[in-house]
Design a protein around this ligand. Structure first.
Ligand SMILES: [Zn+2]
Length: 153
């Protein structure tokens, strides 16, 4: 499932990308453009607005009630729209949605702090915006929170 979030849900886009979901963020305010984009790539539109209603039978709009990103993810899990795919966790750039590529230590020299550079051998880099990601405590905390998110009960 691919998503398109509108400007009422910018922070949710990052959360969905973190889980590996292909998620575009539409910052504009033109609903026709929003729907066109969604149709072109068969994306489900997520919004908090009650005014955004489907224009055609193929349009899929899901209204989110919660206002905090983690609660919104939980809401999507409960609605059955999002599930856990471990191999896809943290596979996308949180900023621009591109799939990350593995990069060697040499390739990221100069773009990460020195102590990080010496600590890891494998990095991940966004081919689009060049942001570099590495394993570490931040990722472990994130994985922990993701596990909690999907825990039953
Ligand atoms: Zn990026």
């Amino acid at each position: 499932m691919k998503f398109l979030v509108d400007r009422t849900l910018g922070r949710l886009a990052k959360g969905l990308r973190m889980l590996g979901y292909d998620t575009l963020y539409y910052r504009g305010s033109d609903p026709y453009q929003l729907f066109r984009l969604a149709r072109e790539e068969e994306r489900v539109i997520l919004t908090r607005s009650s005014k955004l209603t489907p224009k055609r039978p193929e349009d899929q709009v899901v209204r989110i009630q919660e206002d905090r990103p983690w609660a919104q993810l939980k809401e999507l899990i409960e609605k059955g729209l999002v599930s856990l795919h471990e191999e896809e966790l943290l596979s996308r750039c949180l900023l621009c949605n591109s799939l990350l590529e593995e990069a060697s230590r040499e390739e990221v020299e100069g773009s990460v702090p020195e102590f990080i550079y010496y600590q890891y051998e494998i990095f991940f880099r966004c081919p689009q915006c060049q942001k570099v990601y590495w394993p570490g405590s931040h990722q472990e905390r994130m994985n922990q929170r993701i596990k909690e998110l999907f825990a039953k009960g």
